[in-house]
Design a protein around this ligand. Structure first.
Ligand SMILES: [Zn+2]
Length: 302
């Protein structure tokens, strides 16, 4: 009975419908109303009845069915002040409803279940659904095409879609025409780093989950350079990736991420001159962190 629904296909189907009804200037997605209306029309026997804030303490979001599955409820943590995070959480729970509601009757999503092995796949599917629904790539491309990428431009995208700057920056790396790496750091150390596929394939990634990695002393985000007012510089790629050829340049831009006390660094490099054999598993260690990163937060240090 469980039909495997592809997260991107499902989100894109809903986006096409919204485009047809509301036109292209329809952002940000009113995801709370959408979840209720869409489920009522498409699944009248078991719709989402309500989306509301609640005192969830340990969770960011919750999707829960009545015993007879006649109705579903989405709750989000009302203590979270960031509208972007709330929107992403609701979209994530809506994703569980669309994709996974035949598998379980309750989905509790937050920091605590990050390590629970079984839920990994459905968590990353719900995230993919959420980012595809909130930031459709065709519209994202229209926002950035022909312009020089900068945190100001990404900030425009974050405002348009009502998501965090981090979520918008991560989405952009997926359509970047070059190798792109987004790093969050604090106290001269990486909290996490995410490379796009072109960067991963050329070996330009940081395994931050297994290792504590310090920023290179030359990095703009390093405290050594706090006196620099520059938020952008072009330097040798070897500063960051020693295996890159001597002549390879890298462009680095930084921005303190709004309400969080961490700094984002976006690294851009031209395509690699060669690609080493790639087995497709090198990015997997980053996956569990995706939802936290896209939410603009990171695993809490409890
Ligand atoms: Zn979830």
């Amino acid at each position: 009975m469980t039909e495997h629904k592809k997260p991107m296909a499902e989100a894109n189907r809903i986006s096409s419908m919204l485009n047809a009804v509301l036109g292209k200037e329809r952002f940000p997605v009113k995801v709370d109303e959408l979840a209720v209306e869409y489920s009522r029309q498409c699944f009248p026997d078991s719709p989402i009845d309500k989306v509301e804030g609640a005192d969830l303490e340990d969770f960011d979001g919750l999707l829960k069915a009545k015993k007879d599955r006649s109705k579903w409820l989405i709750l989000y943590n009302s203590a979270v002040s960031s509208e972007g995070r709330k929107r992403f959480t609701i979209a994530h729970e809506f994703g569980h409803y669309i994709l996974h509601r035949h598998q379980q009757t309750e989905f509790a999503c937050g920091d605590d279940d990050i390590e629970s092995g079984d839920s990994r796949d459905i968590e990353s599917e719900a995230d993919l659904f959420a980012s595809t629904l909130l930031m459709p790539l065709d519209d994202f491309r229209r926002q950035v095409d022909g312009q020089k990428i900068s945190f100001d431009l990404l900030g425009h995208c974050a405002d348009r879609y009502g998501v965090s700057l981090t979520a918008a920056a991560l989405r952009w790396t997926e359509i970047a025409e070059k190798r792109a790496i987004l790093i969050a750091s604090r106290d001269d150390h990486m909290l996490w780093a995410k490379s796009n596929l072109a960067a991963v394939k050329s070996g330009a990634y940081f395994p931050t989950r297994k290792n504590t990695i310090e920023l290179p002393p030359e990095a703009l985000a390093h405290s050594n350079n706090a006196w620099l007012s520059n938020q952008e510089q072009t330097t040798r790629a070897q500063v960051w990736f020693y295996r890159e050829p001597q002549s390879m340049p890298i462009t680095e831009m930084t921005r303190v991420a709004g309400q969080y006390d961490y700094t984002l660094t976006l690294l851009l490099m031209p395509d690699a001159e060669w690609q080493r054999p790639w087995h497709g598993d090198e990015e997997s260690e980053e996956d569990t962190f995706d939802r936290f990163i896209r939410n603009g937060q990171f695993p809490s240090k409890k």
